[in-house]
Design a protein around this ligand. Structure first.
Ligand code: URA
Length: 297
């Protein structure tokens, strides 16, 4: 092989590695350091009038007196536009009288950059009349391609988990916290989750489920508390304060996490049993002989 050919093969192998790792979208020609702090504001123009004596060098090092106001750190254009996106989402979501209107509003929502790299909006799956609503994180590569949530590897595990407690896609309604695939299957950022939250809140109001299953930390943080940790909060029932009244909600591990950490399936099974028990108390989605298939357990 010539040097050029072997370089070509090496480049191709490197590219295949990145695609397998989920980095299959080009966003910009140049990399951007998004962790870099925003630039300092330009120095204020010098005041007119007699020149002031310069403070001695030691004074410059003295701490500022407590009462002196500290200038707020200027917000980056991204932060301002994310805040604007959340306001727009709020206005749009409030006007949606049904699920079709909500989907249409989302199709028109331009507030998030991730929609540019995603193939399509991944709105929901399952039965909108169901009493159970399941909320995941964000679509991955398979979901982005097919336009339905939880159709990839983690979706297959989810189907088996639901089957084990007598549920299937007809007895639940499934959506995500963020409805476009973040590039490279990365976790949605808090700003993206915040911008999507008004739509999620309206989605829950319109479906009006009797129980919520929150799979993964994103749904938990979005609906309750940004600092909540799924590892601590899983299995602990909470009441989601919907406008129509409290809805019991159970956070549990995300199936993608369980695929990576199979030893946690025991805890997930406990949570599923707890969910089933609560459904039985609520008289929701009773288990029938047909609803448990031989391969569901
Ligand atoms: N993970 C999610 O949280 N949602 C999906 O739809 C797929 C994978």
């Amino acid at each position: 092989m010539t040097d050029t050919t072997s370089q070509f093969h090496a480049d191709l192998a490197a590219l295949a590695f990145l695609v397998d790792a989920g980095l299959d979208v080009v966003i910009d020609a140049e990399p951007t350091d998004r962790l870099k702090p925003p630039p300092e504001p330009a120095a204020a123009p010098a005041e007119q009038g007699p020149a002031k004596p310069t403070a001695p060098a030691s004074a410059a090092r003295e701490p500022l007196p407590q009462s002196r106001p500290v200038a707020a750190r200027p917000e980056s254009p991204e932060v301002i536009s994310e805040r604007q996106a959340a306001i727009t989402a709020q206005q749009l979501a409030a006007q949606c009288a049904d699920l079709d209107a909500l989907r249409a509003a989302l199709e028109g929502f331009q507030g998030l950059a991730i929609r540019e790299t995603a193939t399509q909006l991944v709105f929901a799956d399952g039965n909108p009349e169901a009493d159970i609503m399941l909320i995941g994180e964000a679509p991955g590569r398979d979901e982005d391609r097919l336009g339905r949530p939880f159709v990839g590897e983690s979706g297959k595990l989810l189907d088996r988990m639901l089957g084990a407690i007598g549920l299937d896609r007809q007895s639940v309604y499934i959506t995500n916290t963020v409805l476009w695939r973040p590039p490279g299957n990365r976790k949605p950022t808090p700003a993206e989750v915040t911008a999507m939250l008004p739509f999620l809140v309206r989605h829950i109001e319109l479906v009006a489920p009797k129980a919520l299953l929150l799979v993964g930390g994103s749904a938990l943080s979005a609906l309750f508390d940004f600092d909540a940790r799924i590892t601590r909060e899983r299995g602990r029932w909470r009441d989601y304060p919907a406008a129509t009244g409290p809805i019991p909600a159970l956070p549990m591990f995300h199936p993608a996490y369980l695929l990576r950490q199979p030893q946690l399936k025991r805890q997930a099974w406990q949570d599923l049993l707890s969910f089933r028990e609560r459904l039985d108390e609520l008289g929701v989605a009773p288990v029938t002989a047909e609803s448990v298939t031989p391969d569901s357990a």
